[in-house]
Write a protein that binds this ligand. Structure first.
Ligand SMILES: C[S@@+](CC[C@H](N)C(=O)[O-])C[C@H]1O[C@@H](n2cnc3c(N)ncnc32)[C@H](O)[C@@H]1O
Length: 367
């Protein structure tokens, strides 16, 4: 069947209409004429496979990755980088508008490198097959290297591939040092002249260049304040930024590895005005009983739970800085907060080039 692609969905798939029915075509771009085969027929939509590209888009490029069509880790590598950025900007604008009715123009920060930017990868092994786990399956796509990973990671993978049993996490820093779950030790990563100890089990942003831009943006948007609360604080990155402009910072994180790194990071950076609390945000936040001027929140993809949002509203900080890796849950939470807070600005950071994923930072002020 031959169709014309009209648009793109938030997952980076092309959208065609067959009669009234929407049909999702992965790897197809707007304006393209393509031959497709329907692979799934649902009541409200179809899913299809791109069989032949008849009229390619001006935005199309040849993906550099040999595993691109099967791996599923990247969704938009067939799009030139400028168009990827445009797609992400429109996606955030549309989601915010749709779920909050707020019209806002995001500021966009693109990535210095759109390849070899990942400072961490996870490789799987099953029945001697070694590679990435295909999204939403148990299937392993065998790989020798990943074009998104930093060179030192690919080198380490090549040298150690045959030692992998079940799972291997590999991490590197700006000096090219490596830690992995084969040699479970800690490493220092340096961003904007701050040093952060991380270990293989703690969270850290995966694109160093973008991480540096995010830190500068957040630092520039923090006004001097008395007390700050940093939720989902990881190894203490944003708390340490906030500590320079706050008298005191309380931080909450549930992962004990990250918590231990965070305490070490106080010593490494010679900081004395942060208290790191180990536990779930939804429990620990109830123990804060003093006025808070600023809350920084950076939850996992699932966003914040209702109870936490309720307590944030009771605390009523003057400013809220919300960092998010999922615009959908961000929009849901902003919708809950909009009665009390004005969304002053939103910035998009291209933390994950060639994928559909986006990092956002919002600045909100109390009405
Ligand atoms: C997106 S990361 C942010 C980390 C940190 N702000 C940074 O920039 O490196 C989210 C963090 O929330 C933690 N986390 C997830 N659910 C949590 C919860 N319910 N309570 C506290 N921390 C949680 C994770 O362990 C992770 O470190």
């Amino acid at each position: 069947m031959i169709v014309k692609i009209e648009n793109m969905d938030h997952n980076g798939r092309g959208i065609a209409r067959i009669g009234e029915k929407v049909t999702f075509v992965p790897f197809a771009l707007p304006e393209e004429v393509v031959e497709i085969r329907i692979t799934k027929e649902k009541k409200k939509y179809n899913e299809a496979k791109l069989i032949k590209l008849l009229t390619p888009s001006k935005e199309r490029i040849t993906p550099i990755c040999p595993y691109y069509n099967e791996c599923g880790g990247c969704e938009i590598m067939h799009m030139d980088y400028k168009s990827q950025i445009n797609f992400k900007k429109e996606k955030v604008k549309n989601i915010i508008d749709k779920y909050t009715n707020l019209k806002i123009e995001p500021e966009v920060f693109s990535s210095e490198h759109n390849l070899n930017y990942r400072n961490k990868i996870t490789i799987h092994e099953n029945n001697d097959k070694i590679g990435y786990m295909k999204k939403a399956t148990n299937e392993i796509i065998e790989i020798d290297s990943c074009p998104l990973a930093m060179e030192t990671i690919n080198k380490y993978l090549k040298e150690n591939k045959r030692k992998i049993k079940k799972e291997l996490i590999i991490r590197t820093n700006e000096k090219g040092e490596i830690i992995s779950s084969l040699q479970n030790n800690k490493m220092i990563i340096e961003i904007n002249k701050l040093k952060f100890q991380i270990d293989i089990n703690s969270f850290f942003q995966i694109n160093n260049d973008i991480c540096s831009k995010v830190f500068s943006y957040i630092e520039n948007n923090i006004n001097n304040c008395k007390t700050c609360l940093d939720l989902y604080s990881g190894v203490g990155t944003l708390s340490i930024l906030a500590s320079k402009k706050s008298k005191y910072v309380y931080s909450i994180e549930s992962n004990p590895h990250s918590h231990a790194n965070a305490i070490e990071n106080l010593k490494i950076n010679n900081i004395k005005n942060i208290k790191f609390m180990l536990g779930k945000v939804e429990n620990e936040i109830k123990k804060i009983n003093e006025p808070i001027d600023l809350i920084i929140t950076d939850p996992p993809r699932s966003g914040m739970d209702k109870e936490t949002i309720k307590i944030i509203k009771e605390i009523t900080p003057k400013t809220l800085i919300y960092m998010s890796c999922d615009p959908m849950t961000l929009a849901r939470d902003l919708n809950d907060l909009k009665e009390m807070y004005i969304l002053e600005k939103i910035a998009i950071f291209d933390m994950f080039p060639n994928t559909k994923h986006i990092e956002c930072v919002c600045v909100l002020n109390r009405r």
